[in-house]
Write a protein that binds this ligand. Structure first.
Ligand code: PSU
Ligand code: MN
Length: 301
């Protein structure tokens, strides 16, 4: 594992550090928006005072704190970077390949590096056909065994949200809305599901995480809704979702290809509007994660 010098010294000095994933960049968003989003997430974390640590694998080496240049290399379609969940990382290292890490893959590495906070767009979860396909993201089980705070706009709305919330409950993953008790719906501010807890500011989120960490080895999901005036139109969302689910079925995709295919069809159907919302929400999550990481660092000093 290679830590960028800036990340290594921030960790030694006990400053705020935020892990960022790379699957969203390589498999989740279309070029060239993907690189813009990565750059804006990096700046958003910095503007809070925390240090961004983008995690990915190049030529069989884990990098914690990828430079923009390294990230562009990872996202270069001709290099064909793999999508890596937590279970894949060791195998990718042994094979010497390039790989972008999902939330599961990223938090597994972040925890080893001593990073306590991560930001993403939307968590993976239980797919709508899971009763038949058994398709449930390893993000959920990874969060059940990783002591980390993840800021996300809920879980992706392509999923069975109710079933995902039930699984997060069974798995002992703590969840709170950020300034809301409505669980966010990724492209939409409100999924229609209610939460038991709400956190009102970064300091309270830090306090909750520190307490949770002492009691449990599982993660804390801080669910940060996209601004209401930036969310995807409700009707457009539902139509795009219907089209995306039909597309996935037509193509017969399964496993790790499902989520990228659904997101790509959402983008095509909405003429790029879903990509803009995805960008807005992930940048906002990176900023909030940076603010919370600052408060965790302060509390530990
Ligand atoms: N958030 C986004 N876009 C994405 C993802 C998250 O806004 O593409 C990625 C994350 O890497 C997450 C993954 O871990 O989607 C889920 O993939 P799967 O459903 O195959 O577990
Ligand atoms: Mn899956």
């Amino acid at each position: 594992m290679r830590l960028h010098e800036e990340v290594a010294s921030a960790l030694i000095e006990g400053r705020g550090v935020v892990a960022l994933e790379t699957t969203i960049v390589v498999q989740g968003l279309p070029a060239p928006t993907n690189i813009d989003v990565a750059r804006e997430c990096d700046s958003a974390v910095r503007s809070s005072g925390s240090v961004p640590a983008t995690i990915g694998i190049l030529d069989g080496e884990i990098i914690v704190g990828m430079t923009m240049e390294e990230l562009e290399r990872l996202a270069d379609p001709s290099r064909g970077a793999a999508k890596l969940s937590a279970r894949d990382v060791g195998l990718a290292l042994a094979s010497g390949v390039d790989g972008a890490t999902t939330v599961a893959g990223t938090i597994a590495i972040a925890e080893k590096a001593g990073i306590k906070v991560m930001a993403t767009g939307g968590l993976g979860g239980v797919h709508r056909d899971a009763v038949r396909s058994f398709d449930e993201s390893a993000d959920l089980t990874a969060l059940s065994r990783t002591s980390i705070l993840v800021v996300a706009s809920g879980v992706k709305s392509i999923l069975d949200i109710g079933a995902t919330l039930e699984r997060l409950d069974s798995l002992g993953v703590a969840i709170a809305g950020y300034r809301t008790r409505q669980f966010p719906g990724f492209y939409r501010s409100d999924s229609g599901f209610e939460l038991d807890w709400s956190l009102e500011d970064p300091a309270q989120a830090a306090t909750a995480f520190i307490a949770h960490q002492r009691l449990s080895g599982s993660g804390l999901l801080v669910a940060n809704p996209v601004d209401q005036d930036r969310q995807l139109d409700g009707q457009l969302h539902d139509n795009a979702l219907e089209s995306a689910l039909a597309m996935a079925q037509r193509l017969g995709v399964s496993g790790k290809d499902v989520t990228p295919v659904l997101l790509a069809e959402f983008a095509r159907f909405s003429e790029g509007r879903s990509v803009q919302v995805n960008k807005d929400l992930v940048v906002a999550n990176a900023l909030l994660a940076g603010e919370i990481a600052m408060e965790i660092a302060r509390a530990k000093r």
